[in-house]
Design a protein around this ligand. Structure first.
Ligand code: IMP
Length: 399
């Protein structure tokens, strides 16, 4: 007989954080947003840490080389998509690895922002490898990894991620085993999963991080089409507990990434408080200049194109194909997101909000935030109470 999982499937909007005591040493300036990207033992320093806990989605509409450069300069990481010939993905990786790390200007004697020449640091949080080159990730699939992985490694990819809408499969375990055996030096993540069993399956198979989330993406219609998925908050909560249990049992910390469904800036804080080591976002990054979609004028302002990897436009059969080369049905839509300008400015604002939340919750590190966070469920009426409840003056920023 089918099993009914106890507990309702919940999403981030149903929760709020309670403020904790803010100690006098706790201020936005002392908040440290570093977080581990890949598996490590509790005794060692994580081999790769993000300086900002954000990654951009393995999607055509999102992770261009230009976006990867901008994001790595600001402490995060992009995963360049694999829905393209190996040679094209290799060339995208090479473009990021060849980029200037600290300036948009090839000969930075005087900076445009006036922060003075080569001694000054324009991007102090930049994420670089041991040779000082920007770090970049790459998506791979369970079909052509034997050819794609060595080519990406040669191009200098720092980390790989098996990209599938449902990662709880023998194919992912086989691919992870193969990569670990042949290229043990390259960290490789797996996913996506939504529960403890699937996390443990991938962690045992060697995944260096595990992505969490099925059906919550803003362009996603997987739940409508297939009836599978789980509210993102419940999924992160459950998988975070499994990660902690795995660490207790084996001494290895396998980071988890909350992927998809982050709509408002404060959802980032909720995902991290509920246990994510870092997040992955598509819609968020698709709004910026550096993303791939065209910028279009509408009566309500500028928008950018944003389409799912399971849409007919992307035709990503490696992620969504049901065994064949063609998409039998779509799992994603093709739409628009409000234009949001330059990535560096937008991300700085989002991270300022995160720091401020952490200060209110009395935490200066993400690990402390996770272990100290106190969350409450919100009723429909208290959800309404939390928004502006007066008519807004024209031009006032509405969220
Ligand atoms: P968003 O940040 O809410 O826009 O979600 C982005 C995430 O949605 C990606 O990282 C993928 O995990 C997932 N995704 C991308 N394309 C599709 C699709 O076509 N259908 C379902 N999920 C998708």
């Amino acid at each position: 007989m089918a099993q009914l999982i106890t507990g309702v499937s919940r999403t981030f909007d149903e929760f709020l954080l309670l403020p904790n005591l803010t100690r006098s040493d706790c201020s936005p300036a002392t908040v440290d947003l570093r977080t581990p990207l890949v598996r490590h033992t509790t005794a060692e320093t994580p081999p790769i840490e993000l300086h900002s806990p954000v990654t951009s989605a393995v999607m055509q509409a999102v992770s261009t080389p230009g976006l990867a450069i901008a994001l790595a300069r600001n402490g995060g990481l992009s995963f360049l998509h694999h829905n393209q010939p190996i040679a094209d993905q290799v060339s995208a990786v090479r473009q990021v690895k060849a980029a200037e790390t600290d300036t948009d200007d090839p000969a930075p004697t005087t900076r445009r922002d006036g922060t003075g020449g080569p001694d000054g640091e324009r991007f102090p949080k930049r994420l670089v490898d041991v040779d000082g080159r920007l770090r970049v990730g790459a998506g791979i699939n369970t079909h052509d990894y034997r050819e794609r992985v060595p080519a990406l490694l040669q191009a200098g990819a720092d980390v790989l991620c098996l990209d599938s809408s449902d990662g709880y499969s023998d194919w992912q375990a086989e691919a992870l085993t193969w990569v670990k055996k042949n290229y043990p030096e390259i960290p490789t993540g797996g996913g996506n999963v939504v529960d403890a069993e699937a996390f443990s399956f991938l962690a045992e198979a060697g995944a260096d991080f595990v992505k969490v989330g099925v059906g919550g993406g803003s362009i996603c219609i997987t739940r409508d089409q297939k009836g599978i998925g789980r509210g993102q908050a419940s999924a992160v909560w459950d998988v975070a507990a499994a990660r902690d249990a795995f660490r207790e049992r084996t001494g290895a910390h396998v980071p988890i990434c909350s992927d998809g469904g982050l709509v408002h800036d404060h959802h980032l804080a909720l995902a991290l408080a509920m246990g994510a080591d870092f997040v992955m976002m598509g819609r968020y990054f698709a709004r910026f200049d550096q993303a791939a979609g065209a910028k279009l004028a509408t009566h309500e302002g500028f928008v950018k194109e944003y389409w799912g990897e399971g849409s007919n436009r992307a035709r990503n059969w490696q992620r969504y194909g049901q065994g064949g080369r063609e998409l039998v049905f779509e799992e994603g839509v093709d739409g628009f997101v409000p234009y949001a300008g330059d990535l560096a400015e937008g991300l700085a604002l989002t991270l300022a909000k995160l720091r401020s939340t952490m200060v209110s919750c009395g935490s200066t590190t993400l690990a402390e935030f996770r272990s100290n966070a106190r969350l409450t469920l919100v009723s429909e009426r208290s959800f309404q109470e939390g928004h502006a409840n007066v008519p807004l003056r024209e031009g006032t920023a509405a969220l």
